[in-house]
Design a protein around this ligand. Structure first.
Ligand SMILES: [Zn+2]
Length: 601
């Protein structure tokens, strides 16, 4: 073991030395070509000049910032070749799953080329077909170790059928297919859409917004312009200014997909192509647009240390994903209210549905927000059949805790300050003035500072711990209280999720402490009958259970590993909650004024 350690540290020092052998005043130029887009390949060529060492390490990132999962993008690379200026091939040694060592033979300029297979249409990956190419930086561009601070330039050679290109990269004034980035981080952070997208733009809050609509969809351009201008305004009102002159939305209109990914001056959204109507579906698009636009500050600029500059070769750990995603999720709904997209009643109902999701998850007693954040790399992004019992979402619980934090700040400051002030102060301090990521513990210190008192119990219980939130203690000062509409329910529940496969009802999850869990029903069991009645669907199962009482024992015939069993299951009462937030009957003036400070802001 000791030997291995010494060897490992030598390799690290060696790689470090490689990194520092080169002067920073060279450039790295990439060319992308798509000769056969229907095969989903892009040909990438890197030309690297001003080399002064025999060893040049080329690295492929393993993850895409914003999506905390190791994706090993090098699995889609092939045909790796290095040449000198005369076209003579240079030796390339594979040194790990995502690194290659080029022997430059003392040449000052080399070409490094490779192909990437790209056929995963998500906001974090790349996708190429005959119609278009959507490229995400870290899954396409390798970098030269130690030269990430050089200027990186790019020329795109589109397939002959493609006429348009959109990206947040700086465009060459003379050539619409040529771009530059100050460094590798900037290159990697600007997704690129190439094809025949519909492009329109609008100005809002002094910022030019470009929208690239990919694919057919039922959108109304004028409505999008008006509503996205409101999105810019409500986000700007939290932070005070918009930190870019131009912002690009790349919107993939697809069949029933969803998602978004934030970037420094752009975003990628994926939406269902027919969801621009009716209103209920369209509100999800507005919600997504606010979420990603809010990240322009929270994540892309105001960020914990681990989230920029990045180490692209491994997991980047932080306890703060709940601040990054949970607070952003809180605002993506609150700002819908401020932008008059939804009413106060609708807002409170959205908040309570998140509260219900948190309160009804068995994992709420198991995993804290900070752990969920640290382990997102292995848990949140790697779900399995037991995840519902052990993994909380730092989005949903983060949003609920963010709401309580907002209420706490408003109460502690008598309505003078709110979460808005915390976020804008931190943005000004850590990004604008100090231009650094904040340390994880600094977030708690900033909360104490704005409240004028330590709030360690809040963090101990709800961020680092798994204590259930006492909602009324937060809501009462605002003249509100929470009520469980199911408190007197006598309903029973099995506590399972199922799927129907080849006509069989298969168990996919059992909830911890539920009737099914405690009686020994297992994931992958096929439920054949209950009390001798054939069961073909979850509806039939629920119907049968609804006629039972707590304490009744049902006989569940299952098939497990091609053997049949009967398992007696003692039914427990369904203790899930269905909360609503309501106004207290007799509210004091103070309660009314705090309520106004929260929702009539
Ligand atoms: Zn997000």
């Amino acid at each position: 073991m000791q030997k291995l350690k010494i060897l490992a540290s030598f390799v690290i020092i060696y790689i470090g030395l490689i990194g520092h052998c080169f002067a920073q005043n060279g450039s790295i130029h990439y060319t992308l070509e798509f000769p056969e887009p229907h095969t989903h390949y892009v040909d990438v060529e890197m030309v690297i000049d001003n080399l002064s060492s025999n060893d040049l390490e080329i690295v492929m990132p393993v993850w895409a910032p914003g999506s905390y999962k190791v994706r090993d993008f090098s699995k889609h690379t092939e045909a790796i070749v290095a040449k000198d200026e005369q076209g003579s091939e240079l030796d390339v040694e594979v040194t790990s799953k995502n690194t290659w060592l080029v022997n430059t033979k003392g040449k000052s300029k080399i070409e490094f080329s490779y192909r990437v297979y790209a056929y995963e249409l998500s906001v974090r990956t790349s996708f190429i077909n005959a119609d278009h190419a959507y490229l995400n930086g870290t899954s396409i561009f390798m970098y030269a170790e130690g030269m990430q601070d050089r200027e990186h330039t790019l020329t795109v050679v589109p397939n002959s059928n493609w006429k348009e290109i959109n990206t947040g990269l700086k465009i060459d004034k003379k050539n619409k297919w040529a771009f530059s980035a100050e460094n590798y981080d900037e290159l990697a952070d600007c997704p690129i859409e190439i094809g025949n997208q519909n492009i329109f733009s609008f100005k809002a809050e002094g910022v030019n917004h470009i929208i690239a609509m990919v694919g057919e969809a039922n959108y109304d351009i004028e409505k999008i312009k008006t509503d996205f201008a409101t999105v810019a305004k409500v986000c700007k009102d939290v932070f005070g200014d918009i930190p870019v002159k131009e912002y690009t939305y790349i919107i993939q209109n697809t069949n029933n997909r969803g998602g978004g990914l934030e970037h420094s001056n752009s975003t990628s959204l994926q939406v269902d192509r027919w969801s621009y109507e009716p209103r209920s579906a369209y509100l999800r698009i507005i919600n997504l647009a606010i979420h990603e636009y809010f990240h322009l500050w929270n994540v892309k600029r105001l960020r914990p240390e681990a989230l920029g500059p990045f180490d692209y070769t491994k997991e980047n750990y932080t306890t703060q994903l709940w601040v990054m995603e949970g607070i952003t999720s809180y605002y993506d709904e609150l700002l819908m209210l401020r932008g008059d997209f939804i009413s106060k009643q609708e807002y409170l109902s959205k908040l309570t549905s998140s509260i219900n999701r948190v309160e009804n998850s068995p994992a709420t007693d198991v995993q804290s927000l900070s752990e969920s954040s640290m382990h997102s790399w292995i848990k949140f992004y790697h779900p399995h059949e037991n995840s519902g019992n052990t993994n909380i979402s730092y989005y949903t619980k983060g949003q609920v805790v963010a709401a309580m934090l907002d209420l706490l700040i408003i109460k502690e400051t008598n309505g003078e300050k709110s979460l808005d002030d915390l976020m804008s102060n931190m943005y000004q301090k850590y990004y604008v003035k100090e231009n650094r990521g904040y340390k994880d513990e600094e977030f708690e210190a900033e909360v104490a500072s704005i409240c004028g008192s330590e709030q360690s119990a809040f963090f101990r219980d709800y961020v680092y711990g798994t204590k259930r939130i006492d909602f009324d203690s937060f809501l009462n000062p605002f003249g509100l209280h929470i009520t469980n509409l199911r408190s007197n329910s006598k309903k029973t529940k099995l506590g399972i999720r199922t799927k129907v496969e080849d006509g069989k009802l298969i168990l996919t999850r059992t909830d911890r402490h539920s009737s099914a869990y405690e009686s020994g029903l297992n994931v992958n069991d096929e439920i054949m009958s209950i009390d001798n009645y054939r069961i073909n669907s979850m509806n039939e199962l629920n119907d049968l259970i609804s006629r039972k009482n707590a304490g009744d024992v049902i006989q569940v015939l299952i098939s497990r590993d091609a053997k049949t069993f009967t398992i007696p299951v003692k039914l427990k009462i369904d203790n899930s909650v269905n909360y609503v937030i309501e106004k207290l009957k007799n509210r004091t003036e103070k309660q009314e004024s705090l309520y106004d400070a929260w929702l009539n802001n």
